[in-house]
Every structure is written in C-alpha cells, then in structure tokens.
Design a protein around this ligand. Sequence first.
Ligand code: ZN
Length: 164
Amino acid sequence: MLTAHLPSGYLLGRLAGHNRSNSPVLIAALIGAVLPDLDMLYFHFVDFGRTHHHMYISHWPLAWLALGLLTIAILQLVRAAMLRNIAMAFFGAALLHMCLDSVAAPIYWLMPLAQGRVELVSVPAHYSHWIISYALHWTFALELTIWLAAILLYARRKKIPIAS
Ligand SMILES: [Zn+2]
C-alpha cells in the first residue's frame, strides 16, 4: 500500500469508537498505521535499497503480534486500562498495515519462523516507473476507497457538507 495507511488508521480509531481528534486511542491508531514504513529511512540511507524493506523486522507481522500481545498482557496485569486500549489501537493498526501491504506487495507473515510470503495480487510493471504501474492498477482502487471512507467519516464528524 502506497498512500492509504494513515486514513486506514483513522478508520480503525473511529471504528473503535474514538471520535475526538485528540483521543489518545485515535492518535495511537494513526501512528501505528504508518510507523512500519519509517523503515524506508533505513532502506534509503543505510541499506541503499539492497534489501526490500518488507524483509526488515519492522514489516514482520509476527514481531508486531508478539510485541503487541506482550505489551497488552503487561498493561492488563498492572490494570492500566487506558494504556492497554492505546496499545491495542497501536498494534492493531500496525497489523492492519501488514494486511494492507499484503494486497499488492509481499509480506512475510511467518518471519522469522518461515520465509513464505503473501502477496494477494502481483502488480505487473507495465510502465517505466513502478509508481505509475501501481497507481494505474485496479488494486489502487482499494487505496482510493480507504481515503474516501476516511474523508467521509471525518466530514461527517465535523459536519462538513460533502454534497447538497
Ligand atoms: Zn509498509
């Protein structure tokens, strides 16, 4: 997924019932939805593009799941309900990121246990730049749908008229 991680986090936070834009749960969902792609800094400036960033631990769903379950269990034990809810939103959004990336790019769901990859649809390189191929592929409609849903939900909350 190229552009719709942030609105996917917004949708997750809103679907969890958090409507205020300063809700810690909503903010955690927004951060969790985009944080895995910060590995692009490492990809470009340290690894110099040698390894696909989906191979990094930051894109291993099992790593997010294990860390999330451990964090949530600890917060549950110490009865920190609000922090637990924030952690659930954060790690839930990170796992949503992995699901959305799996649509048109490889995600190694069982790393480090196994190297099998999940890529629901392979986008063929019909154009000179991969971004053009991706943006003109039918799977990009999913990104546009997520954006549209998030914008409509946001406009509805702010009571912004979309159409008369
Ligand atoms: Zn990603």
